[in-house]
Design a protein. Structure first.
Ligand SMILES: *Cc1c(COP(=O)(O)O)cnc(C)c1O
Length: 362
């Protein structure tokens, strides 16, 4: 086996240059005389890493000054709770477009917190193969915000910049699996979050980007200190011990994205990679990609032979050819090839040639 490729949806593939750099710096650092996983989160060295990472993320995503950028723990799932606790304090009512598993989970969390949720539209009955649209009679006044998932990691449908719901109210986006993969106009959103382990770095860090004036309007009486965005913002992401290693690695990934040419370059590459794979799947009589073409994800390409048992065997046998983690999420089966920023075109080429070989033998 010469090259191996990791198609996992998360933790996902990281740039090989970043892995090499981490390896070189891991044991002994010329500035700190200790490993990065031993340094204090209060040290100057680490404080600089945090502020550099924030600046680079601002630059890459063109985040306006009136948005706070913080690094948190607890994964994307903790944001399902922090968002309503901090931002649904007036109407106690969140609107959601049910575009997949992670939208449904976010809705559940709001309910568990004793607040109201209205699912405005859902494509669950058609297995989320298209995106639910915002109903034309949507009245944003009734809700604190509308929650959407830009990229549906499990089902493979995406609200791209050109098909985002148009609302005059507050809009919150879960960008866990396509942040930095394609461009979005940040001013369209009032809060954005992303767990780190899909397209930003290793697990253990979550990014939150929140419009400051909106946050300051909220009544957070009764919200515990760790769950308050304000505390994390006031302490520049160091309210408690920060995930030092994850933020360090995230900072290296942001350097890498900048060196490669930024989000526009990532977008062009992701378009090219995903198009090559979808084009192959669409002409194939053996495989099919079920998501409606305008809604298709650039980062998580979902497909199947139509026989889930057969899919499982093909994904397993792919490991012999160096192609790992091609099975779909356990809840849906089939195949899922994650093509995050660090996934090279060579991985797509290797995957297509494997799929072709299997098709020929079938
Ligand atoms: C992975 C994922 C989550 C959950 O993230 P955790 O870090 O596992 O809590 C939430 N939303 C989306 C879109 C995801 O892809």
């Amino acid at each position: 086996m010469s090259m191996t490729y990791n198609f996992s949806a998360g933790p996902g593939v990281l740039p090989s240059e970043v892995i090499t750099q981490i390896k070189q710096e891991f044991e002994h650092n010329e500035h700190t005389h200790m490993s990065i996983i031993e340094i204090s989160h209060r040290s100057k060295k680490f404080q600089k890493i945090v502020s550099d990472a924030e600046q680079k993320l601002r630059q890459l995503m063109s985040i306006p000054e009136d948005y706070a950028v913080i690094f948190l723990q607890g994964g994307g799932s903790t944001q399902f709770e922090m968002l309503p606790l901090n931002l649904a304090t007036h109407k106690q009512h969140v609107a959601i477009l049910d575009s997949g598993n992670f939208a449904a989970k976010a809705a559940e969390a709001v309910l568990e917190l004793g607040k109201n949720v209205t699912v405005l539209n859902s494509t669950k009955s058609i297995k989320y193969q298209t995106l639910p649209e915002l109903p034309s009679n949507f009245n944003s006044e009734k809700y604190d915000y509308l929650h959407i998932v830009t990229n549906n990691t499990i089902e493979g449908a995406t609200y791209h910049q050109n098909n985002l719901p148009e609302t005059d109210g507050r809009l919150v986006a879960d960008m866990s699996s396509n942040i930095l993969a394609e461009p979005y106009d940040i001013s369209r959103f009032d809060a954005i979050f992303a767990g780190g382990q899909k397209n930003l770095g290793p697990a253990g860090v979550t990014v939150a980007i929140i419009k400051k004036d909106w946050l300051s309007e909220q009544d957070i009486t009764g919200v515990g200190p760790m769950m308050r965005y304000k505390n994390h913002i006031d302490k520049q992401s160091m309210y408690n011990t920060a995930p030092v290693f994850s933020i360090y690695a995230l900072n290296l990934v942001l350097d890498w994205v900048l060196q490669q040419g930024g989000v526009d370059e990532m977008y062009q590459r992701n378009l090219a990679k995903s198009k090559k794979l979808y084009d192959y799947l669409d002409q194939s009589t053996f495989y099919s990609a079920p998501v409606k073409s305008a809604d298709r994800s650039l980062t998580n390409v979902v497909f199947t032979t139509g026989n889930l048992e057969q899919d499982k065997k093909i994904a397993k046998a792919a490991e012999e050819e160096g192609l790992f983690n091609l099975s779909g999420h356990r809840s849906v089966g089939g195949f899922r090839a994650s093509l995050y920023n660090a996934q090279p075109m060579a991985a797509v080429d290797a995957l297509i040639s494997y799929l072709k070989k299997v098709e020929k033998q079938a």
